[in-house]
Design a protein around this ligand. Structure first.
Ligand code: SF4
Ligand code: F3S
Ligand code: FES
Length: 230
């Protein structure tokens, strides 16, 4: 069968504003949106620009707004979408070209919450041990692949782009609640900022968008409670 693939195009060297372009693309039902984009690029227009790497939901590089929702192109099958597939870049981030957005601001917020283990004592000869129960506390937030689908679906982020956003909070949570880490207090101070956790309005768009099924709102509420109790 064929689908109509509508792509938001923008070339900063020639275009004043984004515009839509449609292609009729032959597909199989089990094809994923990433396959359709790749076919359109190979068969119709080699200048169509998008990011991808693993093609298996691991690297997080092909999060796009597909039929109005942020999702990974490599995890969404054509049969889930119908005959018209509309693909636009993630909202709220500057467009570099076509479907590619500038992720630097997003990663800057990620880096701002110290997303690494801080422990004063040297490792010694063994591993830093923790119990299964201690590991379970932050298991969900270890699953993040930094795709940005959550932050760019958040109305609080659209309204206030300085908001640190759900992805950064998820990655702060991963270390704040790690029993081996010693920098929770510093992270909580960072997230107590006016652009930190308090900007969340529990809208849940982030939870719906997350391709890893992370309960982001639960993580944000746990971090908020820790900020309040610090
Ligand atoms: Fe992507 Fe989910 Fe991580 Fe947000 S929390 S960046 S949606 S994997
Ligand atoms: Fe935004 Fe998610 Fe909170 S969509 S408002 S970060 S619950
Ligand atoms: Fe890696 Fe889709 S290409 S997650």
């Amino acid at each position: 069968m064929d689908v109509e693939l509508r792509i938001q195009r923008f070339d900063p060297e020639t275009d004043q504003a984004p515009h839509w372009q449609s292609f009729t693309v032959p597909v199989e039902p089990m094809d994923r949106v990433l396959d359709v984009l790749t076919r359109a690029k190979e068969q119709f227009d080699g200048s169509i620009t998008f990011r991808r790497s693993c093609a298996h939901g691991v690297c997080g590089s092909d999060a796009l707004m597909i039929n109005g929702r942020n999702r990974l192109a490599c995890k969404l099958r054509v049969e889930q979408l119908g005959r018209t597939i509309t693909v636009a870049p993630l909202p709220g981030l500057p467009v570099v070209k076509d479907l590619v957005v500038d992720m630097e601001g997003f990663f800057g917020k990620y880096r701002s919450v110290m997303p690494f283990l801080v422990a004063a004592e040297p490792e010694g000869s063994g591993e830093r041990l923790q119990s299964a129960e201690q590991r379970e506390v932050y298991d969900d937030t270890t699953k993040c692949i930094l795709c940005a689908a959550c932050t760019t679906s958040c109305p609080s982020f659209w309204a206030e782009p300085e908001y640190v956003g759900p992805a950064a909070i998820v990655n702060a949570h991963r270390f704040i609640f790690d029993s081996r880490d010693e920098a929770a207090h510093e992270r909580l101070e960072i997230l107590a900022d006016e652009d930190g956790v308090w900007r969340c309005r529990t809208t849940f768009n982030c939870v719906e968008a997350c391709p890893r099924g992370i309960n982001i709102t639960k993580a944000i509420l746990e971090v908020s409670a820790a900020v309040g109790a610090r």
